[in-house]
Each structure stands twice: as structure tokens, then as C-alpha cells.
Design a protein around this ligand. Structure first.
Ligand code: ARG
Length: 565
């Protein structure tokens, strides 16, 4: 933001004080104080051992000499607040227009692998899968928007003892219907029944393990069964992913690494990293100072584990893609697993790319009926349907207050958006609070509020019969609301970049919410269509940019916004 101005101002200060002071020009906490503020005087005061306010006065005088500056004042302990001239502010809006467009993809760059969602096939989707799915997709969108070469990856849990259990359940209670004709719900019912019956018949567990062992050894019938189950689950997920705007480049799941584990086990043994544990198992024992429990990589009966597959997976990704960065989204329960994994890779001497296990918190339900659902099983599809249903009711209730030619489509957009945004607008490092009323509210930091604001801006442009206005040719006088809306818009590129680089989508959400508030205040106070030129054109242009930024920002958060609402 204002990089030409900032570097010239800094250069003048350095010349004047013969010092190599570093200083930033940022937006003041309260935008009413100015377009920019700097702490340069505070820093120089330390370097030169002189009172900060005295230096601040000198700097303010120096800045007033610059052609871009309308005014500069000293505040507080020695801050300098700057007001820029309207033509400088207007010209800077180019960075906003640029940020609404995706940067050209750098195809030749090493890829960034982003792994997320990772549902477990034949097991119900747990609530953490919903969080990881939308967090991961928004991160993919953000990286792509900034031109990164991204591989979005669904590491499906399509291998493991749950298949043995399901096979036993199918044989006992499945009836005659071929698996391919099952719905996911029906498969889940079988799985749930297994867990009910095992309480009274413990032998079922052994039967399940035995069935999985046979599957691993290539039993034909079990293989065919497994394939059908995978197919049923995958196709039922397709629909829900589509509704959520989630897409993957690859969905190589755990089963893909079946034949890639043996070489890793050999390597680990040869390098002395895998040593014998209890009952003939293989473990990794970490140096004491790491303070980490041993990592089990092979069971005593020769069965591989989740950890074995993750080791094979890491090696495969490094060798096949030579990635610049690997991000794996999981909930905090997996923190230790990934710490052990990374440490093991290092002990094996593998050259790891930048790696982050991007962790997120647990879901906390405000609505009791959600948290007490049996076994905390939350089927994503049911939650999405409920969100849309609730949105439908709201659209009906609001009646004429809502304008739409397609109430069904609007409810879909609102419901899905409320859910996705409800998650993404929260700091992922904390518990995620799930609250229907808050998510679907028309006020506050919610999807409907942003969607409504977008539709409002679009409606102004429709009335002006100018849907893509450009900047005014002559520079108008700015009111405080014009200025604040404009300088808020200027924060958009930085909001995208910090959401991306810190892997914190809620930073973008917080910005969009601020923008919507500033726009609505501007809309309520300033005449737009009735204003005289060139103010009218300025305000239409600001309205247009607000709509574009809300739309682009929402899409990065996998959310759609309506033109009418
Ligand atoms: N499918 C696993 C689960 O549901 C998460 C997989 C995480 N990714 C990985 N590479 N281990 O808990």
C-alpha cells in the first residue's frame, strides 16, 4: 500500500537523520486519524536519544513538504498521522482491482501440496472432517489466487481394520443386496450395528481383524467387496463436495501406499531407525531430549498401521513431486502423530520440504441436540441439508424484505454459505463454536450479512445502469465516509496475503466483515445516485469495488454471494 510514497518518505528521513531507520507506514487503528500512521519518530528517538515528540514534529513538517501529502499531525507519544491527497488515494485503488483477479499460475514453480478433508471410507464422517474440508479448500483457493502451483489432495482413509468389520457385518446382516446398490447411509447402519453387537459378542472383533488380514493378503471376494464400498462412498461424497465448492486434483488414499510400505520398512531397519519393540513389533525410539513416546510402525503380527502408510506417503510425495511445501490439515488430536512422523523422516535422512501439520480445534455446539447425537456422528450431508432448510425458513419469514427470483437457489447459497463461513470466520487454533442462530443471522460476522451487503451494492449499480463503473476523471472532494471506505478497500491485498501465509482464513473473513460494515455505514449516510459529479462517479466506483472485493473474498472462502437478496 502506497509503496512509492512510503519508500520516498523513508528515504527523506534517512537522509535527514543520517540513520538507517526502518519504519512502516500502516493504517491507524482508528481510520479517522488518517490514511497512514508511522512510528518512525519513536524508533529514531531511541537511535538518536532525543525526545520522540520533538522528532515527530520534524517528521510531520518534512512529510508536509511531499506532493502526495494533504496533512500530517503528531499524536500520542510520537506517532505521525498522515492524510494523503484524494488523487493519490484514487490512484492507489489499482492494487484493489488487481487483487480481485487471480495471479498468473507459476506452473514452473515447485508445487505446494495441500492435503485436507481425508474422510474415512466405510466410517461415518466425523465433525472434524467438515472443518478440515473447508479450511483446506480455502487454503487451496488462496494459494492459487496468489499464483502458486497447488496440488489439492484428498488422502482418503480407504484402508484399515474398519473394512474387516464392515465385511463381517455385511455377511451377517447385509441380506442379499449387492454392495454396489447400497447407499452410504445403509453402509453406515451396518457399521453402527457391528459396534452395537460387539458389546455382547466379543468374537466379532477377532472376525473383523481376520477379515482385514485376508483382505490385505488379497482375498478375491473381500477385494471386490472393498472396491464396491470405496465406490459407493466416493460417489456419495461427490455431491456434497460439489455443493461446498470443494475439488481435488488427487484422491490417492491410504490403500495407494499398500505396496510402498515394504521398502520403507526395509530402509528403516537397515538404517537402524526402526528397532524391535514388544512382541516382535517395530518401533522408532526417539532421543530422550525429544521427549516423545515411541512410534509404532509395524504390529507384532506383521500388520501395517496408519503411521506406516504416512511414512510411505511422505516418501512418495517427496520423490514424485519434489514439493516446495506440504500442508496437512488435521484436528489437534493428530499433533503427536505428525511430530513423530516428521522426526522419523529426519532420522531416516529424508530431505523434507517445508512442512506444516495445520491444526484446528474441536467443534463446540451451542445447540445441545447436535452434541448429543449418537456417537458424535455427524453426517456432513445432513448438516448441510439442515443449514439449507433453515435458510429456506428465513427466506419465507422475511417475505417481501427479500428480493429474489429463485428462493431455492438463494436458500442453498445462504445455508451452505452460513455453514462454511461460520467455520472459516473463526480462528482455527481455538475451539470452533457451532451456533445456528449466529451463522444464519443477518447481522454480525455472518455469511448472510456479507451476502446481503453484496446484493445491496449490486442493486445500487443496477439502478445507476452502470454495472462496471470506472474511477472518476476529475478528482472530487472526499468526505470521511468516502475516505474510510476507500482505505478499507486498500487493505484487501494484505488481508489475502496474511490469510494465505499464516494459513488463517479467518483473517480474510475479518477483513470482509469490516468492509461490509464500512460500506453499509457509507451507504446509510452518503447519497450515491443523487450526488453531484464527480462525487457520484467516485461513489459508484467505490460501490463497484466493494461488490467485487466481497465476491472475490467470499469465493476464496468457498462461499457464493447473490446479486439480489
Ligand atoms: N483420515 C484421517 C482421519 O480421519 C486423517 C488423515 C490425515 N492425513 C494423514 N496424512 N495422516 O483421522
Amino acid at each position: 500500500m502506497f509503496s512509492t510514497f512510503s519508500s520516498e518518505a523513508l528515504r527523506r528521513m534517512r537522509d535527514h537523520y543520517a540513520s538507517d531507520v526502518e519504519a512502516e507506514f500502516a493504517r491507524p487503528q482508528d481510520p479517522k486519524h488518517g490514511d497512514l500512521t508511522t512510528t518512525a519518530a519513536l524508533r529514531l528517538s531511541k537511535l538518536l536519544s532525543r525526545p520522540p515528540r520533538e522528532i515527530a514534529e520534524e517528521i510531520a513538517a518534512m512529510l508536509r513538504e511531499m506532493p502526495e501529502v494533504e496533512g500530517a499531525d503528531v499524536a500520542g507519544a510520537g506517532y505521525v498521522n498522515i492524510r494523503l491527497k484524494p488523487d493519490v488515494l484514487l490512484a492507489e485503488l489499482d492494487i484493489v482491482t488487481d487483487a480481485t483477479k487471480a495471479k498468473k499460475p507459476q506452473k514452473k514453480d515447485k508445487p505446494v501440496i495441500i492435503e485436507y478433508s481425508q474422510p474415512n471410507i466405510a466410517k461415518p464422517l466425523a465433525i472434524h472432517h467438515i472443518i478440515g474440508t473447508v479450511l483446506g479448500q480455502s487454503m487451496v483457493n488462496l494459494y492459487r489466487h496468489q499464483g502458486a502451483n497447488v496440488i489439492s489432495w484428498n488422502y482418503i482413509g480407504d484402508w484399515g481394520t474398519q473394512f474387516g468389520k464392515l465385511a463381517v457385518a455385511y455377511e451377517k446382516w447385509g441380506g442379499k443386496k449387492p454392495v454396489a446398490g447400497y447407499t452410504l447411509d445403509e453402509l453406515l447402519k451396518l457399521y453402527v450395528r457391528f459396534h452395537e453387537e460387539v458389546k455382547t459378542d466379543e468374537s466379532l472383533d477377532d472376525q473383523g481383524r481376520e477379515a482385514f488380514r485376508k483382505l490385505e493378503q488379497g482375498d478375491k471376494t473381500l477385494r471386490a467387496f472393498w472396491k464396491d464400498v470405496v465406490a459407493v462412498t466416493k460417489s456419495s461424497l461427490e455431491d456434497i463436495y460439489l455443493r461446498l465448492g470443494v475439488t481435488f486434483d488427487l484422491d490417492l488414499g491410504e490403500s495407494f501406499y499398500e505396496d510402498k510400505m515394504e521398502p520403507v520398512l526395509e530402509e528403516g531397519k537397515k538404517k537402524g531407525v526402526f528397532t524391535e519393540g514388544e512382541g516382535g513389533s517395530l518401533i522408532v525410539a526417539f532421543p530422550e531430549e525429544k521427549n516423545m513416546s515411541p512410534y509404532l510402525v509395524l504390529k507384532g503380527d506383521g500388520a501395517t498401521l496408519y503411521s506406516t502408510r504416512d511414512l510411505a506417503q511422505m516418501k512418495y510425495r517427496i520423490q514424485t513431486y519434489d514439493p516446495k511445501e506440504v500442508l496437512i490439515f488435521t484436528d489437534i488430536a493428530q499433533k503427536l502423530h505428525f511430530e513423530q512422523l516428521v522426526e522419523t523422516c529426519t532420522m531416516l535422512g529424508w530431505k523434507l520440504p517445508a512442512f506444516e501439520n495445520v491444526l484446528f480445534g474441536r467443534m463446540r455446539f451451542v445447540d445441545k441436540s447436535m452434541s448429543t447425537r449418537k456417537g458424535n456422528v455427524l453426517e456432513l450431508e445432513h448438516v448441510v441439508d439442515e443449514a439449507v432448510h433453515r435458510a429456506e425458513e428465513i427466506v419465507k419469514e422475511r417475505g417481501d424484505a427479500i428480493q429474489t427470483d429463485d428462493p431455492k437457489e438463494l436458500a442453498e447459497m445462504m445455508g451452505v454459505g452460513a455453514l462454511v463461513y461460520g467455520i472459516l470466520s473463526q480462528n482455527r487454533k481455538m475451539d470452533i463454536v457451532f451456533d445456528w442462530d449466529k451463522m444464519l443471522s443477518f447481522e454480525g460476522n455472518s455469511a448472510p450479512y456479507l451476502q446481503y451487503t453484496h446484493a445491496r451494492a449490486r442493486s445500487v449499480l443496477r439502478k445507476a445502469e452502470n454495472e462496471e463503473p470506472s474511477a472518476p476523471k476529475t478528482v472530487p472532494v472526499f468526505t470521511e465516509h468516502d475516505r474510510i471506505l476507500l482505505t478499507t478497500l486498500l487493505q484487501f491485498p494484505a488481508a489475502i496475503e496474511s490469510a494465505r501465509s499464516e494459513h488463517m482464513p479467518h483473517k480474510l473473513a475479518t477483513f470482509l466483515h469490516q468492509l461490509a460494515q464500512d460500506f453499509n455505514r457509507f451507504y446509510n449516510v452518503e447519497p450515491i445516485l443523487q450526488a453531484d459529479e464527480p462525487t457520484r462517479t467516485l461513489r459508484l466506483f467505490l460501490t463497484f469495488l466493494t461488490a467485487q472485493v466481497l465476491k472475490t473474498g467470499a469465493a476464496l472462502l468457498t462461499m457464493r454471494v447473490p446479486d439480489r437478496m
